[in-house]
Design a protein around this ligand. Structure first.
Ligand code: VG1
Ligand code: CO
Length: 545
């Protein structure tokens, strides 16, 4: 038996954030850095030995090198079988699905999601467990502790495996299948949605679309699903070839970054009637109509109200969940349907238990994420198909569907203001001051509105009873307006403060106000309470979504 044991260099900064370990590429390129994290994961997930592992990433810079390193570590740690996506590509939802479909012990997803890529950009790695979802905090805490003291890692000296064609090969006794990245996922989508009906609408010319893959992982998925299987217009997919640096772009599907798509959709009467985009790893979505943007929180609410109209959800919805900062539009729908609506901290990992325990069917986040019990990740293309199917059933435009929803349930005006790359000490001080202030705000009136709750959100998981504290300062007013503050857990430079602001408006005559204008008073209050301008030195947010 060959000795595969190599001395490890412990690192002290491998604590995963909201969604895996994300750092600059140059950090990952340090000697033994990735090895340390991967071996620590193998030490923690003892069930990987003798079992199947799924492996793939969003194709960003360092994806291929990382895959070869992980394969050799997996072989030396006794993994029996690895399924890896062709060219190293697998979207986050595809990995989640493959883990579940083939009963894998887990999977590694190589991605920093919506963060920019390239040699100067970001890289990331995340381990998903056998239910297809994020490893829970108890698991990632153990990985972190292990990574600080690891003395050796196991890795074979095998040659690299070619990933550019589908094939089966071996590394020692470990079988490696280089698989089609798209097939299994596309099949799952065909089971959930009415493909013949959507296809008919495309063929009749009534429906046309533009999907912006932002040079990230969803290009091959979108071409197969929209262009091939659904016969959409043949220019339906733009920026569809994955690039290591996303062509210098920021693969975040929002109004600030998906500019190619916006230009297409707002190009006058000849523009496609439906627009969508996804992020680096394919788990986020943005939905657009002609000159119309669907707020992601509204999207979750509209999905909940209409899911029973689609084949995969015709049995109805068990319950729903949203993250704390996501607007409370879905709460109104759940209330009228008489189903449970759970409020969780930010990050998909908190939905896992609720899905496994069959408490919920749909869940979502304001950050352009929605998903269902079909997998254990949010799912960008799934959301796009959901909306396409809805258009095919309702024979209405995106704008009509959204406006009639507001008419029925009221409108939640919503915005998020991000202040990026603030000095970490200053950001922590700002949050600490808010925390100290928040207790005394309860019961006070601001701009004539009484504050009924002001606290630092804490979550008790109803399934395993684990408690997660300090998840964001929330200020809730009597008229249902709300302000939430939290620091990002996915950034790689300094700190990012996110301020989330929402206001509930039932009167349809007031449903046509521009969002920032509708929220102007609350934005002023949010800025004043936090003193964000003085403390950050920034007069305006870096990104508004
Ligand atoms: C952000 C979003 C959060 C999302 C997370 C991962 O986290 O706010 O809702 O779950 O990104 O999404 P944070 O901690 O930066 O606010 V993805 O598509 O980057 O995996
Ligand atoms: Co993502």
């Amino acid at each position: 038996m060959k000795n595969n044991s190599k001395p490890a260099k412990p690192y002290f900064d491998q604590k995963p954030g909201t969604s895996g370990l994300r750092k600059k590429v140059t950090v990952f390129q340090q000697p033994g850095y990735l090895h340390n994290f991967v071996q620590s994961t193998f030490n923690t997930a003892s069930n990987l030995k003798g079992n199947l592992l799924i492996l793939g990433g969003d194709g960003r810079f360092y994806n291929s090198q990382a895959i070869q390193i992980i394969l050799k570590i997996a072989a030396a740690n006794g993994v029996k079988h690895v399924m890896v996506g062709e060219n190293g590509l697998l979207s986050t939802p595809a990995v989640s699905h493959l883990i579940r479909k083939y009963n894998a012990a887990g999977g590694f997803i190589l991605s920093a999601s919506h963060n920019p890529g390239g040699p100067e950009g970001d890289f990331g790695i995340k381990f998903n467990i056998s239910n297809g979802g994020h490893a829970p905090t108890s698991f990632t805490d153990t990985v972190f502790e292990t990574s600080k003291t690891l003395s050796h890692f196991q890795m074979t000296d095998d040659a690299d495996i070619p990933l550019d064609k589908q094939q089966t090969c071996y590394m020692g006794e470990m079988k490696i299948d280089v698989i089609d990245s798209v097939q299994d996922y596309a099949e799952l989508m065909e089971h959930l949605f009415d493909f013949p009906r959507i296809k008919q609408l495309f063929k009749s010319g009534v429906l046309s679309m533009c999907f912006d893959a932002m040079h990230a992982v969803t290009g091959p998925y979108a071409k197969e699903i929209f262009e091939k299987r659904l016969s959409a217009n043949n220019d339906a997919v733009i920026n569809g070839i994955p690039k290591e640096d996303f062509a210098g772009g920021h693969p975040d599907p929002n109004l600030a970054h998906a500019t190619d798509l916006l230009n297409k959709l707002n190009a006058g009467p000849a523009a496609p009637v439906f627009g969508a985009a996804s992020d680096g790893d394919g788990d986020r979505n943005m939905i657009l109509g002609q000159n119309f943007f669907v707020n992601p929180s509204d999207s979750l609410a509209i999905m909940t109200a209409n899911a029973h109209l689609l084949p995969g959800y015709k049995m109805g919805i068990r319950g729903v969940a949203r993250s704390l900062p996501t607007s409370r539009a879905v709460d109104k729908v759940a209330e009228s349907m008489g189903i449970e609506c759970y409020e969780t901290p930010t990050g998909w990992k908190f939905f896992g238990n609720l899905l496994d325990d069959k408490r919920i069917t749909l869940c979502g986040e304001e950050s352009f994420g929605s998903g269902s019990d079909h997998i254990r990740e949010k799912d960008g293309l799934w959301a796009v198909l959901f909306w396409l199917n809805l258009i095919a059933v309702k024979k209405q435009s995106i704008e009509e569907i959204t406006r009639s929803h507001w008419q029925h349930f009221g409108r939640h005006y919503y915005t998020r203001h991000d202040y990026e790359a603030i000095d970490s000490d200053i950001a922590n001080e700002l949050m600490q001051k808010l925390r100290e202030k928040s207790d005394s705000l309860t019961g006070k009136k601001l701009s004539g509105q009484k504050i009924i709750i002001s606290d630092d959100f804490s979550y008790t998981d109803p399934v395993d009873k684990s408690i997660t504290k300090n998840q964001g300062i929330r200020i809730i007013f009597e008229n249902e307006s709300r302000i939430v503050y939290r620091l990002s857990g996915t950034g790689t430079e300094g700190a990012t403060l996110r301020i989330y602001i929402e206001k509930y408006e039932t009167n349809p005559e007031h449903h046509n106000i521009e969002t920032q204008t509708a929220l102007a008073d609350l934005i002023t209050i949010a800025n004043e309470i936090s003193a964000v301008k003085t403390l950050s030195g920034k007069q305006v947010p870096d990104v508004i979504t």
